[in-house]
Ligand binder design. Structure first.
Ligand code: 3HC
Ligand code: NAI
Length: 696
């Protein structure tokens, strides 16, 4: 038998113990071992029951995702589960840790299920672009009814043992050792003389309006298709005999396995885990962090402080005056009240944090004890340099000095201190206590253990941290600036902001670029343009419609109007009728004859600009790997997860056609559309961006 399964006996109970660390994925060897184990138990004299139990952290985390996309090897999981269920012996699952996907499906193939109170179950296949493919869509509704089963499958969420017991998924919850519990439960069932209880033999549940459910779930998926297909599989469970339903499920599973969405989702799954794994930090220990300082308690500083407080860190916040300090405290209090409403902290913890864990000061000397300090003052190099001079003066040796700057040069900031190796950028995204992305910006002189501490802090705060090098805008904002420019160019050439937003939202972005601009505040871009203009930096085609909007006091959502009118609330946007005439005036002034853009062309140009700049960012080493760019766009810029990120998307659509698009656009504007050397190289060598991820 495979060494992944240990066979043992306790009287008349055979025990199959799964040993496939770290999370007992159902790899080929595990499936084979379980199949052999069932054979052995059935042939073993005196055995009347089988217990399946996992060793280590979990019962099973599901099918082995690394095997997806490769030819499937027998025994296939659905056949194995049918084989377990059909056994003449009584089969019991004892669950702990997680039982996910195929893991829960194995449990559903067992005749009885016991778990520890901390166990969690779920069918998260939709997060991989799939549906449950080993009987989950057929067995679960027979236990829970259609509505609950669809909720479990289409959200993919993890359900605690208590709720799973209520739903009829788990029969018994008992604290203690899963193996001992399982043996005792199997013995009890044998003594009670209960019979086998195959879920497949249970009656199917009542039907629902399948078409309505399909349409509703499809609409909610923002382009993602797998959740809606769960509905069709469950429909088959209700309408067809079990074996036929299983076939229908399998067909949908295989069809989805062939999709780009499955590729994108699985890329996202592994990249999310790989992004914080930097070879250069493998043996580097981070510095300890318990107490952090935050300089400036505006939008970002208050959000960063909130994230740190929620993670249990002590925070000393420094503001310019007592009044500004009070405003910062009020912002943090509002954020923390939101956390109470969402059940993240209790009202008692909220009060405790505000009275004891957060200290607001106006004097730098109060920062002597902090382990790490994050500056989030105005985006102005001179102001930042003054702050860092103060930090250099007061902070203890070994304290880490970080800046949340969006664009400014970390090396220049570091050079003003006596300890540039302790300086790095920690670039959070707004709102900082909500957004998952953290760019860890590594300067020329940043010490490896300082970088490692940036990543460790990100982990404490529940962020996805990405290593970025120093350049204007680092990874995310630099790429954003380029694709925003492509969108602005399309507007001058004839597209409307609404066509662009709609095309990109149909592509799967959470929000189009103009809706995003309204949310972030149009005054930010206005200030940058004014500064650039003052420096003599005037764009070739000098559009003024965005400035005109701001001059009229329209800064987006916060003033109720921007590209859109928000009179009916932030979610009920309608185009602001003043905008198109302003754009038309610019076109007339610049002598541009507008032309029509299809949604497809909008997406092609926008994505070509994004991929080209991303390739430059990787080629220049600002991002170490393509997956670093992919995760930046996914977690900070609303890129659709099911497309895997811009560079995974590029691999899927093909690099050569993309490069050809870029070259054809370059005929209009050779500077802006200069092809990235890395993209040209990959095309010449017939390679993909993902090939570069694999090099580690
Ligand atoms: N297959 C292969 N590897 C897996 C895996 C799986 N199902 N689940 C986790 N791993 C790997 C991770 O890649 C990671 O590897 P690394 O250490 O080399 O980076 C390692 O196991 C540990 O995982 P995490 O770092 O994610 O550990 P956590 O403790 O944070 O989370 C978990 C554990 C909750 C199990 C999480 O890993 C998870 O959600 N896994 C995916 C579960 C899933 O989607 N299951 C369904 C699979 S599809 C299926 O079953 C199809 C069936 O219906 C036919
Ligand atoms: P903000 O204007 O909301 O807040 C700045 C705060 O800093 C104010 O409360 C101000 O009183 C305080 N401050 C200014 N000078 C100070 C000084 N010398 N000492 C102490 N406090 C001082 O600005 P916001 O938006 O929070 O931005 C802060 C930094 O974060 C900037 O560098 C910005 O580029 C960056 N950032 C902003 C993002 C955003 O979406 N707003 C996103 C990511 C980074």
């Amino acid at each position: 038998m495979s060494d992944k399964i240990a066979y043992s006996r306790e009287g008349d109970i055979a025990i199959l113990t799964v040993r496939n660390p770290p999370v007992n994925a159902l790899s080929h060897a595990v499936r084979q071992g379980l199949s052999d184990g069932m054979d052995q138990a059935e042939a073993d004299d005196g055995v009347r029951a089988v217990l399946i139990v996992g060793e280590g952290r979990a019962f099973f985390a599901g099918a082995d995702i690394t095997e997806f996309g490769k030819p499937p090897l027998e025994p296939h999981l659905p056949d194995l589960i049918n084989r377990i269920e059909a056994s003449p012996l009584l089969v019991v699952a004892s669950m702990h840790g997680v039982s996910l996907g195929g893991g829960l499906e194995v449990a559903l193939g067992c005749h009885y299920r016991i778990s520890v109170p901390s166990a969690k179950v779920g069918l998260p296949e939709v997060h991989l672009g799939l549906i449950p493919g080993a009987g989950g869509t057929q067995r679960l509704p027979r236990l829970t009814g259609v509505e609950a089963a669809l909720d479990v499958m289409t959200t993919g969420r993890h359900i605690g043992a208590g709720k799973a017991h209520e739903l009829g998924i788990i029969d018994v919850i008992k604290d203690g050792d899963p193996k001992a519990n399982g043996i005792a439960y199997a013995r009890q069932l044998l003594e009670e003389g209960v019979s086998r209880r195959p879920v497949s033999e249970m009656d199917p549940p009542a039907p629902i309006d399948w078409d309505a459910a399909f349409d509703t779930i499809l609409a909610k998926g923002r382009g993602q298709i797998s959740p809606a297909w769960c509905v069709r599989a469950v429909q088959a469970a209700v309408e067809k005999p079990f074996a036929e339903g299983l076939k229908a499920e399998r067909q949908i599973f295989y069809d989805l396995m062939q999709t780009d969405q499955r590729q994108g989702m699985i890329h996202s799954f592994f990249s999310e885990r790989a992004v914080g794994n930097l070879p250069e930090l493998k043996d580097v220990n981070p510095r300890g962090i318990q107490h952090i300082g935050v300089i400036g308690g505006g939008t970002m500083g208050a959000g960063i402080a909130t994230a740190a407080l929620l993670a249990g860190l002590e925070v000393t916040m420094l503001e310019m005056s007592a009044e500004a300090g009070q405003a910062a405290r009020d912002r943090i209090e509002r954020n923390l009240s939101g956390a109470v409403k969402r059940g993240r902290i209790t009202p008692k913890q909220h009060d405790q944090i505000l009275t004891h864990t957060l200290v607001v000061v106006t004097n730098y000397d109060k920062l002597q004890d902090v382990d790490l300090v994050i500056e989030a003052v105005f985006e102005d190099m001179e102001v930042k340099k003054k702050v860092f001079a103060e930090l250099d003066r007061v902070c203890k040796p070994g304290a880490i000095l970080a800046s949340n700057t969006s664009y400014l040069n970390i090396d220049e900031i570091a050079a003003t201190t006596s300890r540039p190796s302790d300086v790095l950028g920690l670039h959070f995204f707004s709102p900082a206590h909500v957004m998952k992305l953290l760019e860890v910006v590594v300067g020329d002189k940043t010490a490896p253990d300082v970088t490692a501490t940036g990543f460790a802090l990100g982990k404490m705060l529940g962020k996805i941290s990405v290593r970025a090098g120093v350049c204007d805008g680092f990874i995310g904002n630099r790429i954003l600036a380029t694709y925003r420019t492509a969108a602005d160019q399309m507007i001058l050439d004839g597209a409307s902001p609404y066509e662009i937003d709609n095309a990109l939202e149909d592509f799967g972005f959470a929000m189009g670029p103009f809706a995003v601009a309204d949310l972030a505040g149009l005054d930010i871009g206005w200030a940058v343009r004014k500064r650039k203009r003052a420096e003599g930096n005037v764009p070739k085609r000098d559009a003024t419609y965005a400035d005109t909007l701001c001059e009229q006091g329209h800064f987006g959502q916060k003033t109720g109007k921007g590209y859109y009118d928000y009179a009916a609330g932030p979610k009920a946007r309608v185009p602001n009728p003043d905008v198109l005439p302003m754009i038309e005036a610019d076109r007339a002034r610049l002598g541009i004859t507008p032309r029509a853009f299809t949604h497809e062309e909008i997406v092609r140009r926008y994505m070509a600009a994004m991929v080209n700049e991303s390739a430059k960012v990787v080629g220049e080493g600002i991002a170490r790997r393509p997956l670093d760019v992919d995760m930046t766009l996914l977690f900070g810029y609303g890129f659709p997860r099911y497309r895997g990120g811009p560079l995974k998307w590029a691999d899927i659509v093909g690099l050569e056609p993309l490069l050809n698009d870029i070259k054809s656009y370059a005929a209009e504007d050779p500077d802006f559309w200069a092809p990235a050397p890395l993209l040209e190289q990959l095309v010449a060598e017939n390679k993909t961006f993902d090939d570069l991820n694999k090099k580690g």
